[in-house]
Design a protein around this ligand. Structure first.
Ligand SMILES: C[S@@+](CC[C@H](N)C(=O)[O-])C[C@H]1O[C@@H](n2cnc3c(N)ncnc32)[C@H](O)[C@@H]1O
Length: 157
């Protein structure tokens, strides 16, 4: 979709937003993060906004697409953060969340505070706000087939 309004929620240094813009130059991308230090690294052509996943500083339906890669796990109130991601999505808009799979907990050396998600857990939260929801294993490196460590949840509002 040309000129799509896209939100990278918890964008960090904006590595995914940068690649997205390379593939779709017409996209109107916003990178939002709680850390202003991280936002300093976000590249040109991407609007930078400081804010929290649990209180997104955007109007209802402001985006055609929203994605959150390895950021939802850091939101203290997951239910609220999912609700916020869906709120700022327009009806018919698409959402993708990429995070680690709780069934694989123990595979990495992980600090106790880190939060990994059950497939059904996020599917249920998303289904409260979206018409369609699905999830699938996703690769995390070019030459690694999806092996269940990372999952992607897809939803359409
Ligand atoms: C592991 S990094 C992932 C960054 C980026 N999405 C990526 O994949 O490169 C997690 C990011 O979430 C941000 N973050 C943590 N808690 C947040 C919150 N409550 N609201 C917004 N961003 C948050 C951190 O500042 C950090 O940039």
């Amino acid at each position: 979709m040309a000129n799509a309004r896209l939100l990278d929620a918890g964008c960090g240094k904006g590595r995914y937003a940068r690649v997205l813009l390379e593939h779709e130059a017409s996209a109107r991308l916003t990178g939002m993060d709680i850390s202003e230090k991280m936002l300093e690294f976000v590249g040109p052509g991407i609007c930078r906004v400081s804010g929290s996943l649990t209180e997104l500083p955007f109007a209802d339906g402001a985006f055609d697409g929203v994605y959150a890669t390895e950021s939802l796990e850091h939101a203290v109130d997951i239910e609220r953060a999912v609700s916020e991601l869906c709120r700022v999505l327009r009806p018919g808009g698409k959402l993708a969340i990429i995070d680690k799979n709780a069934e694989q907990w123990g595979r990495l050396k992980t600090p106790a505070w880190e939060r990994w998600f059950q497939r059904k857990e996020l599917e249920k939260l998303l289904a409260r706000h979206c018409r369609t929801v699905r999830s699938e294993p996703i690769s995390y490196w070019e030459d690694v087939a999806p092996d269940g460590l990372f999952l992607s949840w897809f939803a359409e509002k």
